[in-house]
Design a protein around this ligand. Structure first.
Ligand SMILES: Nc1nc2c(ncn2[C@@H]2O[C@H](COP(=O)(O)OP(=O)(O)OP(=O)(O)O)[C@@H](O)[C@H]2O)c(=O)[nH]1
Ligand SMILES: [Mg+2]
Length: 389
């Protein structure tokens, strides 16, 4: 599966940069091209300049909104971010159409944080413009929710609630990620953020590579790119897990085969549980109405039995979900299980932002009323005093 990747704002740009790095890895390690183009769009020129892997020309790092914010970002003003993208998304989609190979992508993904201004305000508008321009492809959003400590900034919760509502209404799927789930770690803030970005992007590697193998090794032949597209629908998230110890290669004698199969099933289930625990967003699998799993690993370690065992295990965890799944036998690397949970309803975390934003709106209206009352009282009190203006 080939993706066209567009990062919007600082967070979106950096994660798109990580996708550009993923493309270098998939090309270097496996000879596969999975990202047709990685582009960053931002109102902040310094953040665009700080990217590493995205090509550094003006067609890949697009500065927008210069007339209003002069290259310095919107400082969390999502209405301004929305206004800029409403004005400039036509220019962006034109550039993406002419200067890039987006026509060759199976799907487009736009990445942004929900708490800032440029990304959260602009995301729904850019997704809508892309859907109108590239009508033959699904347009997904990858949306990153804030750390808890950022919610002290009033706009973070409000921007998140508005962005969730608006993006959910327009994107074919919104893949959710939550910075707060990655809040542990003693590294410097910059290293911590880079580590999070890597953890968010790594689960895409096998998922995208599987359908791009020119000579696929014998396996279940699934999941296809079309299975991934059919699964990604509405609110979604994904995770990747690994077994606790390396898998055992296929033995020759039947007796060892039975033992190997049992051990292999245990390891596969461990990896699937790890994938569910490593989901980028907190949700109960039982709330998902669609799901996909893929077990990837060296061809000599995988067999159809493992795929079946994992399918049954996921069905048990997500009983309402229509499940698609299969394997991806490859040359090297360790065993990894990737899981997508999709088509779920509002979760506790989403409800939390919706209710907090509602409360903030009420508080804001009360504050405005109090301000108007104070102004009126001051005006009344000074009625008999002459005005010099
Ligand atoms: N995971 C992750 N989160 C990030 C990154 N950079 C910023 N964030 C988060 O993104 C949110 C702020 O959004 P930004 O992307 O910085 O804002 P923006 O879209 O550039 O908007 P303005 O600068 O306000 O115009 C906060 O919740 C940050 O924690 C990043 O590289 N990775
Ligand atoms: Mg910014």
């Amino acid at each position: 599966m080939k993706l066209g990747v567009i990062g919007l704002g600082q967070c979106g740009g950096r994660i798109a940069d990580e996708f550009a790095r993923l493309q270098m890895r998939s090309h270097g390690l496996r000879g596969l091209d999975i990202i047709v183009e990685a582009v960053a769009v931002d109102t902040d020129f310094a953040d665009l300049a700080g990217l590493v892997s995205i090509k550094s020309d003006a067609n890949h790092r697009l500065l927008v909104g210069s007339a209003s914010v002069r290259g310095h970002g919107t400082a969390g003003a999502s209405d301004l971010g929305a206004e800029i993208l409403r004005r400039e998304s036509g220019k962006i989609t034109e550039t993406l159409d002419h200067a890039h190979k987006l026509a060759g992508a199976d799907a487009i993904i736009v990445i942004a944080a929900s708490a800032g201004g440029t990304g959260s305000g602009g995301l729904p508008l850019l997704v809508r413009a892309l859907k109108e321009k590239f009508t033959d492809k699904p347009a997904y959003a990858l949306l990153v929710l804030p750390f808890d400590h950022e919610e002290d900034e009033q706009s973070a919760a409000m921007n998140t609630a508005i962005c969730l509502k608006s993006t959910g209404a327009v994107a074919d799927a919104v893949i959710l990620a939550d910075n707060q789930l990655f809040s542990k770690g003693g590294a410097s803030p910059k290293e911590h953020i880079l580590k999070i970005n890597r953890q968010l992007v790594d689960p895409f590697m096998d998922l995208l590579c599987a359908g791009e193998e020119k000579k696929p090794k014998p396996g279940t032949g699934k999941p296809h790119t079309s299975d991934v597209i059919a699964t990604l629908d509405g609110w979604s998230s994904l995770g990747m897990g690994k077994p606790v110890i390396p898998m055992i290669s296929r033995g020759k004698a039947d007796s060892t085969n039975t033992l190997r199969r049992e051990l292999q099933s245990d390891q596969g289930i461990f990896a699937m549980n790890d994938a569910l625990a490593q989901m980028a967003f907190s949700l109960r699998p039982s709330g998902a109405y669609k799901a996909l799993y893929m077990v990837a690993g060296p061809a000599k370690e995988l067999d159809g039995n493992l795929v079946e065992v994992l399918g049954a295990y996921l069905k048990n965890k997500a009983p309402h979900a229509q499940i698609r799944g299969g394997d991806y036998p490859r040359d090297g690397g360790g065993m990894e299980v990737t899981v997508i949970l999709s088509n779920f309803g509002e979760t506790d975390r989403m409800r939390y932002f919706r209710e907090k934003a509602k409360q903030l709106s009420l508080d804001r209206a009360a504050q405005q009323q109090a301000k108007a009352d104070r102004a009126m009282l001051t005006e009344e009190a000074g009625r008999d005093i002459p005005n010099l203006l």
